[in-house]
Design a binder for this molecule. Structure first.
Ligand SMILES: CC(C)(COP(=O)(O)OP(=O)(O)OC[C@H]1O[C@@H](n2cnc3c(N)ncnc32)[C@H](O)[C@@H]1OP(=O)(O)O)[C@@H](O)C(=O)NCCC(=O)NCCS
Length: 152
């Protein structure tokens, strides 16, 4: 198991599961790469929000995407991410998608970089250097805490 004190980790935790449905297929009847990338981008955004404690994060960069093998309608797949580098304003992650049953890899992306933004949309330091495995950095609006101006 990954250590709670490690800054980054080689170990991927697979969180989100998907059931490959007809609307996710390409013209060959296998999983459409565009669907997979949309799922991964959303998964990475959620991961970055949880790690950086800020809902204002954007995808900056994705490295080479390796579609290792295909998936078919009805397949059960799972997506995993891990932080590989905490920069000043950025977070770099590695992603893998695999078949839940066979564990066969479907996709790998070595580098997905998200940037932490301020309210003006400019890169802002996030102040974190280590992975959290808890829910201790959640942005206040996700916790139902009103901003001072909104309070009664
Ligand atoms: C995100 C954005 C505000 C960053 O602006 P920028 O001028 O590149 O900012 P900076 O040069 O200060 O770089 C910000 C961080 O990104 C990193 N970065 C920039 N370009 C990068 C690249 N090509 N690859 C990897 N990291 C990169 C920098 O190293 C820096 O990280 P650090 O502070 O941890 O060292 C701007 O590029 C933008 O708005 N892009 C569009 C984002 C978007 O809309 N994404 C959704 C998909 S369309």
């Amino acid at each position: 198991m990954a250590s709670e004190t490690s800054a980054t980790s080689d170990e991927i935790n697979f969180h989100t599961r998907k059931w490959v449905r007809p609307e996710d297929l390409n013209a060959n009847g296998t999983l459409f790469g565009g669907s997979l990338l949309r799922w991964i981008d959303e998964e990475a955004a959620i991961y970055a929000i949880i790690q950086l404690g800020n809902g204002m994060v954007v995808t900056k960069y994705m490295s080479e995407i390796n579609f290792v093998s295909s998936a078919e309608q009805g397949d059960l797949i799972e997506m995993g991410l891990t932080a590989t580098h905490f920069g000043r304003t950025s977070l770099t992650m590695r992603a893998e998608v695999r078949n839940i049953i066979t564990r066969k890899s479907i996709l790998t992306i070595e580098k997905i970089v998200f940037v932490n933004l301020d309210e003006e949309g400019n890169p802002a330091p996030h102040g974190y250097t280590e992975i959290t495995y808890k829910r201790d950095r959640l942005p206040s609006h996700h916790l139902g805490i009103k901003a001072p101006a909104e309070q009664d």
